[in-house]
Structures are given as structure tokens and as C-alpha cells.
Write a protein that binds this ligand. Structure first.
Ligand code: 5GP
Length: 116
């Protein structure tokens, strides 16, 4: 885990973010380069690099918090009816840019056919 990655800096408050949601275990903020009208990044506060790292090493409470927060945010942003997409990129083949595990929540328009 690289503690100098951009999301670690956001978590430390070293750089700002446009916050959508926060609790003890989870932070969510608008993507700086949105690919849809709604594009929110949802991250665990603990330092996990990728989906596999998170799924292997996070506590059940951390995993539940991330899932429940993501559902809560999607509903709060009024995506329930029209729909939305949740993705995660892991590693080189997926083009993961920031090595702190995160979910992308996308919506607000008809999204292009998967994959986006
Ligand atoms: P990845 O390719 O790692 O799945 O996605 C990283 C995402 O982080 C990209 O969609 C990119 O636009 C976003 N991002 C990169 N730097 C920043 C930043 O400083 N602030 C915010 N809010 N988003 C960022």
C-alpha cells in the first residue's frame, strides 16, 4: 500500500474533495473527472489496495459498511428508479489509476453498454 496515493491524501485531509458521505469506515466523494452526471468514488478508510486485498483482509464490519454505504448513497442520489452502475478497477489490466480500493458509482444518464 502506497500511503502517498491520492485517496490516502484525501483521507488525511492533505488535499480536498467534494464529499458526498462519510462515516467511521467509509468516505465517498465526487470524481474529479466525472464520466457520467453522477460519478461518485466510495472508499474504505482503511488502507486496502484492491478488491482482493479488501475481500481477504477487511473485517466483516468494514465490508458491510462499504456495501451499505454504497446502497445508501445510490438511493440518496435518486438513482433507484432510473438505475446506476457500480464498478471497481483492479490492477494493470483494468487500468486502476489509484491504488486505494474504491468503487465507482455511475448514473444520471443512460450509460453506454457494459463495459464502461
Ligand atoms: P481508477 O482508474 O483507479 O479506478 O479510478 C480512479 C479515479 O479517481 C478516476 O476516475 C479519477 O478521475 C479519480 N481521481 C483521480 N484523482 C482524483 C482527485 O484528486 N480527486 C478526485 N475526487 N478524484 C480523483
Amino acid at each position: 500500500y502506497d500511503p502517498d496515493n491520492i485517496f490516502a491524501k484525501i483521507l488525511r485531509g492533505d488535499i480536498p474533495c467534494n464529499k458526498v458521505f462519510e462515516n467511521e469506515l467509509v468516505l465517498a466523494f465526487h470524481d474529479i473527472a466525472p464520466k457520467a452526471p453522477v460519478h461518485v468514488i466510495i472508499i474504505p478508510k482503511k488502507p486496502y489496495v484492491s478488491f482482493i486485498d479488501f475481500s481477504k483482509n477487511a473485517t466483516p464490519g468494514e465490508i458491510a459498511a462499504l456495501m451499505q454505504s454504497t446502497g445508501h448513497i445510490a438511493a440518496e442520489l435518486n438513482l433507484t428508479e432510473a438505475g446506476y452502475r457500480i464498478i471497481t478497477n483492479a490492477g494493470q489490466n483494468a487500468g486502476q489509476e489509484v491504488p486505494h480500493f474504491h468503487l465507482h458509482l455511475l448514473g444520471g444518464k443512460a450509460l453506454p453498454p457494459f463495459p464502461v
